[in-house]
Design a protein around this ligand. Structure first.
Ligand code: AMP
Length: 419
């Protein structure tokens, strides 16, 4: 509601503006999709798909789901619309509501809003492989730089970027690491809570996400992925850090940052901000080479992020950067039947010039009109009575200090434009 929506609109306009300067165009994916799309991309064993998705049977017995995130839809659109034939890479951003059946609390809702972006690039014949490492790393760093530039433009406070590499799905890399992790977890299984015990089987990496106090010391002693990355993934990670340094982007490394969705590989990152309590992550993202291919497209690289807009807004409001009341530039206090014609014409011209104008539908007593102008937070009251119409000189009252002056319409417009 107003006045909050002022801030929502400012945040969204800033996103469009900043992302535009990085060459991104907007995509508007649908609100629901075949359930299969999310199950295949995000992963059937993830909490998002397994527990939180709003899934319905359609009239033709097919299964549809409200989107819990938008990356899968963007990849589907990339394939369906032949974007591999567009100039590469394809850079897209989106904003809109997402749905997850989570336990609602401050900063966590069942309908929440994300602002996200994706960079997709289909691998051309003869390209790809280790020689792409510097390029991929620079793309990763630029995407992160863009989020940080957006947050800086909004004046978001206490912004902290954490990065990690979760390698790629191969024996000599993440798969090998997950086996070691699983073995280590089996050893300490009795000391873990029921969620983590379950995850040893379903998704061992997610144990590293645990916030449970009693598990922290145990997790600190588990094998770390950075010691099990293959040469290429290790090189890529080092290059991402160098590229962030080149861009002046500050980060800390967090080896426990694995992210909850199956499709991530190599670079993962998360950004937190001030004033949000336990739900302090405002952005999560990572690289997902292979997702487009998994969904039936050509081998394609991808990197993206999603910002939690609700949380971003909460943090800005906590820091006193909320939206101001919409207010009015001009309140037209008209008196007398003849004055109404002039008042309507004045309001039309002021609005056409872009000013916020309140025109009372019926005549008001002078005192009441000024009282209402004040309540609405108007800057000026334009007083139009018989005198003003006869002389063509308007009476303009500045509400902040009560000063009153006579001026022509064009002089008043000039005065407003100087605001
Ligand atoms: P994810 O898609 O899970 O990586 O989430 C990306 C960002 O979306 C998070 O960092 C949060 O800021 C936000 N987010 C995720 N789930 C919710 C939710 N249920 N309510 C509000 N924001 C959320």
């Amino acid at each position: 509601m107003p006045p909050d929506t002022e801030l929502w609109n400012r945040v969204e306009a800033t996103a469009r503006e900043v992302f535009g300067t990085f060459g991104f165009g907007e995509i508007r994916p649908p609100i629901f999709e075949p359930t299969e799309l999310f199950a295949r991309s995000i992963g059937a064993d993830t909490d998002v798909v397994g527990k939180e998705m709003y899934t319905f049977e359609d009239r033709d017995n097919s299964s549809i789901s409200l989107r819990p995130e938008a990356t899968a839809s963007v990849c589907r659109a990339y394939i369906e619309h032949g974007m591999h034939a567009w100039p590469q890479p394809v850079k897209l951003y989106y904003l809109g509501p997402m749905f997850r059946r989570e336990r609602p609390q401050k900063g966590r809702y069942r309908q929440f809003y994300q602002i996200g972006a994706e960079v997709l690039e289909t691998v051309q014949p003869g390209q790809g492989g280790p020689k792409d490492i510097p390029k991929d790393a620079a793309v990763d760093a630029e995407v992160i730089e863009m989020v940080m530039a957006f947050f800086a433009r909004l004046g978001l406070e206490g912004v902290q970027l954490e990065i990690n590499s979760i390698g790629h799905a191969a024996e000599n890399c993440r798969r090998g690491y997950v086996q070691k992790l699983k073995a280590a977890l089996e050893q300490v299984k009795d000391k873990l809570g029921p969620d983590s015990q379950r995850r040893i089987e379903t998704n061992p990496l997610r144990v590293l996400d645990s916030k449970l106090e009693s598990e922290q010391a145990i997790i600190a002693g588990l094998p770390k992925i950075s010691e099990h990355l293959c040469d290429d993934c290790a090189k890529q990670y080092a290059e991402v850090k160098r590229q962030l340094d080149l861009r002046g982007v500050k980060y800390t490394e967090n080896w426990r940052l694995v992210r909850g969705l199956d499709y991530y590989m190599r670079t993962t990152f998360e950004i937190t901000a001030r004033g949000l309590g336990s739900q302090n992550a405002v952005c999560g993202g990572g690289r997902y080479d292979g997702l487009v291919e998994l969904l039936g497209g050509l081998p394609t690289k991808g990197i993206g992020f999603a910002i939690g807009e609700d949380r971003l807004i909460l943090s800005l409001q906590e820091a006193g950067k909320g939206g101001a009341e919409a207010g009015r530039d001009v309140f037209v206090a008209w008196m007398g039947e003849k004055a109404q014609t002039s008042a309507i014409a004045a309001a039309q011209r002021l609005r056409a010039a872009g000013f916020r104008v309140e025109l009372p539908p019926v005549e008001q007593k002078f005192g009441k009109a000024l009282g209402q102008a004040d309540k609405l937070g108007a800057r000026y009251a334009l007083i139009l009575g018989e005198d003003e119409i006869a002389t063509g000189q308007w009476t303009v009252k500045t509400l902040a200090d009560g000063a009153q002056a006579k001026m022509s319409e064009s002089e008043f417009l000039e005065k407003l434009k100087r605001l």
